[in-house]
Design a binder for this molecule. Structure first.
Ligand code: MN3
Length: 200
């Protein structure tokens, strides 16, 4: 067994009408994500987790987070998991937000718009590479941001929504305009049904 690159849940050109081009997905999924898979398989060789597959990622990541001797492996496997989630969190044109999720978001942030503002601000404020997240922790929804490959699993949180703010995620389509990329993600790309399904 080994880590494997999952196919996108839509065609490479499926998000082009919603602000994420075929070229971005060719680079981001086929090259960047694949590199995390390849490197992860290299670095896990000879460790206690050798032979792990995609299903083991959520167990391995919190075990090795913050351990200097596993930092290289952590970077690859966390980014592999992050991208597996990210592709599923998008859909062509986005989807309608299920009522239960809308209620939870409104209760936590005041309104869907206020949530979007907080999420976009977190993504814009992440200095350098990283991720913006909507997480559930102890039953409460919050917005967070993380550097590099760090993700909610590291903190015992449930990742409901994540947006990749590494430059490779937006530079082809948005150049240096990260806020425009984040706004488009929230307005036109999020699969809110997938987000809602993660609340459990
Ligand atoms: Mn990425």
């Amino acid at each position: 067994m080994a880590f494997t690159l999952p196919d996108l849940p839509y065609s490479h050109d499926a998000l082009a009408g919603s602000g994420m081009s075929e070229e971005t997905l060719q680079y981001h999924h086929d090259l960047h994500h694949n590199a995390y898979v390849t490197k992860g398989n290299e670095l896990i060789s000879g460790t206690p987790w050798e032979g792990a597959d995609n299903a083991a990622l959520a167990t391995i990541i919190p075990e090795i987070y913050g351990k200097d001797e596993h930092q290289g492996l952590f970077n690859q496997v966390s980014q592999h998991w992050n991208h597996n989630q990210f592709w599923e969190m998008m859909a062509p044109g986005g989807t309608a937000m299920p009522g239960e999720l809308e209620k939870r978001i409104t209760d936590a942030f005041g309104s869907v718009d206020e949530f979007k503002k907080a999420f976009a601000a977190a993504g814009a404020a992440q200095f350098g590479s990283g991720w913006a997240w909507l997480v559930m922790e102890d039953g409460k929804l919050k917005v967070t941001k993380t550097p590099n490959g760090v993700n909610p699993l590291c903190f015992g949180q449930t990742a409901l929504l994540g947006c990749d703010v590494w430059e490779h995620s937006y530079y082809i389509d948005y150049r240096n305009k990260r806020p425009a990329y984040l706004q488009n993600f929230l307005d036109n790309l999020v699969n809110w049904e997938n987000v809602a399904s993660r609340m459990g």
